[in-house]
Design a protein around this ligand. Sequence first.
Ligand code: NOJ
Ligand code: CA
Length: 559
Amino acid sequence: MTNVDPLWFKDAVFYELHVKAFCDSNDDGIGDFRGLIQKLDYLEWLGVTCLWLLPFFPSPLRDDGYDVSDYRGVFPDYGSLDDLRTFLQEAHRRGIRVIADLVLNHTSDQHPWFQEARRSPESPLRSFYVWSDSEKKYGKARIIFIDTERSNWTWDPVAKQYYWHRFFSHQPDLNYDNPELRKAMLEVMAFWLDQGLDGFRCDAVPYLIEREGTICENLSETHEYLKDLRKWIDERYQGRILLAEANQWPADVRPYFGDNNECHMAFHFPLMPRLFMGVRSEDWHPIVDMFTHTPAIPDECQWCLFLRNHDELTLEMCSGEERDYMYYAYARDPQMRRNIGIARRLAPLLENDRRKIELLNSLVFTLPGSPIIYYGDEIGMGDNVHLGDRNGVRTPMQWNVDRNAGFSKADPSKLYLPVITDSIYGYQTTNVEAQLQTPYSLAHWMKSMIAIRKKHPAFGRGTIEFLRPRNDKVLVYLRQYRDETLLMVQNLGGSAQAVELDLVKFAGAVPVELFGETRFPSIGDRPYMLSLAPYGYYWFKLRQAPSEETAYGIEGSVI
Ligand code: NOJ
Ligand code: CA
């Protein structure tokens, strides 16, 4: 990679995808690495700089690959290890980094470790897992997959003991009190880093270690272990990152950064539903309040901000009242609900309102952190709430109007999941090819937004200061880094709004709107007035020391 800045992830634009869902090169109905290689030009065109690959390891696929049965292989339908290496080279050649899931907390019950562990109490592998004679142990731990699981313990008739699992009962948790297991996982990490991966999205990290009398989440022993991982990685692999999946309140996520000696990044889970609440209630308070509850993180670390991902839109980090509101606002049909959340894609959540789609993307691209796009959301793909589990948001990428959305030439009945065919989001209407040919399509707009973000380091590295205007519908903040000041003004309301801003400390500066490079009237010593269209947003750079030119955007035009 040419960009060797170890803090590259602070300026990155992430893109999450599943190999099986992207492009099928051999027409067996399942996407593969060779197909993904063919589509790298598209991702380069879009401008994303780091891909997050969902699990591609051998697996019985009862949790879409998060049930790993071999940590050192590639699921054969997705290709070979060689294909993966070629893919990594091709991505790197285009300046695109790649991270992958590291499923630390559990394996599939089909993993040979578990198979041996359950069969022989004498085997050293027995204590790779967490066993008990009683299902009463660790009784304070909550159940996460409430739709399917009744207990965190499952009786194994072969082992004649219960085994511990925080997720599906076919996913036994690994025992991080065992130094041999820790060593084995380091070897797994080394294996993938040696292939050229740029880091890991560390799955389910809060649950690594359990202790009686606690809720078995975020324990100090877990943090000690992550510090060991980080030290190990820093000593051997410069510039590779750990991104924590810790679906917790900000105060509980903060320790996952440590003193820049645990994870480099962590998802900001509680912010996500508040972005949706903010736009639905036309009120900036839920968003700003979440930041007042977000502790500062070390300078070298970064939040990862997202709107949607491959799971349900989780409402775990919401009060009961907030949850009710979110279900009422976004999932009135019970078919749309999964566990504690909503299994829908971005465009249908926002009723395919282009203005709201742009606005929400504008928020995740300008609030502090690095944004992540879920594949297909950049073209406004839809979902299928009738598919089981979270499959409704995992359907094939829609490339064009050809058979199977151009994803695969296989017989449609062979596809790993059916393509979306409804009249609004179906591939005949919503597809990459059509959007590439339409200059004002969502995909083109996403590309411009990404390009603008990449030009201004303050987005990834700057401080944030919220201006609290009297108009509750207009969210306003400043991002500052070195000599750059950016001003974001976003209308969460569905009607035109005016707002008065106190920008006196910038008197003399000229706001330049970044999408059009348009100069606005300079800031004086009176309140700065702006009006915004419904769901409108401005990204301004404040240009200090204005030059002699005083032309505004409209001057020089023939009217
Ligand atoms: C978190 C992953 O995002 C989710 O898809 C998976 O089901 C659970 N971890 C369990 O592995
Ligand atoms: Ca294939």
